[in-house]
Write a protein that binds this ligand. Structure first.
Ligand code: CO8
Length: 262
């Protein structure tokens, strides 16, 4: 179904895909995307039948070429820009999503598109993927978390290099630096490979996936002692659950577990 013309949702069992749907503009980010993506995310996070969410870009040429540079806006003061962007903060919606989110990235992944991918939990690239943050070339800086998240993912030195040069990084370089964790064998095979990964994650007890995501994200935000407390609390909350009992029973009975999410 469609959230609006620029954002589609596709359901595939326990996996839900959010599609950036502006192929003719290389899925450049417009207001429909800024509004539609948070709507889709919240909808899917609230739907118990969905266990993993995947982003992809429509068309052959790319995931997303960044903010729509051709979007018309009247002159704005700094305060007006700040207020407009503060209201949306659409990429930050991902920080409040409990379910694992994967970005399936082919072709161009630039600017705001790369910032969207950086806010996802796993980045899976096609061999033809190209990453860049070209904002300084437009006289700007990333405004969707790029200056903060990139350093957390690939380290401050490499992040500063990408931010200052705006140079494009290939899929194999992205794999080396940890910007992505997997590269598909072929561009055509990307979606099948991502689907298999998403299904594997979806087959696990959903409460455990949500808890491990929360704890691991905590590693980037909390001092060690608080992070260890968070981990312990989440562990203790999961331990009495039905899925933990089922996992142990299935192991003893030498069969596949049947997780219910309880
Ligand atoms: N915004 C709007 N339209 C775009 C964008 C974009 N970001 N990227 C591509 N398109 C459109 C093209 O205009 C073209 O449309 P048309 O056919 O109507 O002319 C169509 O998509 C195909 O693109 P190209 O013909 O350019 O394809 P190429 O293969 O020649 O080039 C590139 C592909 C290299 C990706 C090229 O399109 C490009 O450089 N795009 C812009 C990338 C970019 O700089 N993005 C912005 C990043 S910065 C950001 O996201 C935050 C700051 C935004 C500030 C915006 C306000 C000024």
């Amino acid at each position: 179904f469609s959230i609006n013309d620029s954002v589609l949702v596709e359901r595939d069992g326990a996996v839900a895909w959010i599609v950036l749907n502006r192929a003719a503009q290389l899925n450049a980010i417009n207001d429909e995307i800024r509004v539609g993506v948070p709507q889709a995310l919240r909808l899917l996070d609230d739907d118990a039948a969905v266990r993993v969410i995947v982003f992809r870009g429509a068309g052959e040429r790319g995931f997303c070429a960044g903010a729509d540079i051709k979007e018309k806006r009247g002159p704005e003061t700094a305060i007006q820009v700040r207020q407009r962007m503060e209201k949306k903060r659409w990429i930050e919606t991902l920080d409040g999503i409990a379910k694992p989110v994967i970005a399936a990235i082919h072709g161009y992944c630039m600017g705001g598109g790369m910032e969207l991918a950086l806010a996802c939990d796993i980045r899976y690239a096609a061999p033809n993927a190209q990453f860049a943050l070209p904002e300084t070339g437009l006289g700007l800086i990333p405004g969707g978390g790029g200056t903060q998240r990139l350093a957390r993912v690939i380290g401050p030195g490499r992040a500063m290099d990408m931010l200052l040069t705006g140079e494009r990084v290939s899929a194999s370089e992205a794999l080396q630096t940890g910007l992505v964790t997997r590269v598909a064998d072929t561009a055509d095979g990307l979606l099948d490979e991502v689907r298999a990964l998403a299904r594997k994650i979806a087959s696990k007890p959903p409460a455990a996936s949500a808890a491990v995501k929360r704890a691991a994200r905590g590693a980037l935000e909390l001092e060690l002692k608080s992070g260890l407390d968070l981990e312990l609390n989440l562990f203790a909350l999961l331990a009495p659950s039905g899925d933990v009992k089922e996992a142990a029973l299935a192991f003893a009975e030498k069969r596949e577990p049947n997780f219910t999410g309880n």
